[in-house]
Design a protein. Structure first.
Length: 87
């Protein structure tokens, strides 16, 4: 995936950025049952978006920059999804 500049103006921008990039990364491996549409449906559920939002807020409250929070939460979301899905 090529580097890209992303503008994050508020927490909702950060939430959607994490969900979108995590979806793309997970779906890129083409595991059965985990294509772009299927992963996207899971990642955009209210439960997952609320969890991402809470994690971002917690990291920022603890002193992380927006960039650090997005990267850290994104990595955690991807790792958790893959562990739970067994992929």
């Amino acid at each position: 995936m090529q580097n890209k500049t992303i503008t994050i103006r508020n927490i909702e921008d950060a939430v959607t950025t994490v969900a979108a990039y995590a979806t793309r990364v997970i779906a890129a491996d083409n595991h059965p049952g985990h294509n772009l549409e299927q992963v996207g449906t899971r990642m955009t559920s209210d439960e997952v978006l609320d969890t991402i939002r809470a994690a971002l807020n917690r990291r920022i409250k603890n002193g992380a920059t927006s960039k650090e929070a997005v990267i850290g939460v994104g990595q955690a979301v991807i790792a958790h999804y893959c562990n739970v899905a067994g992929i």
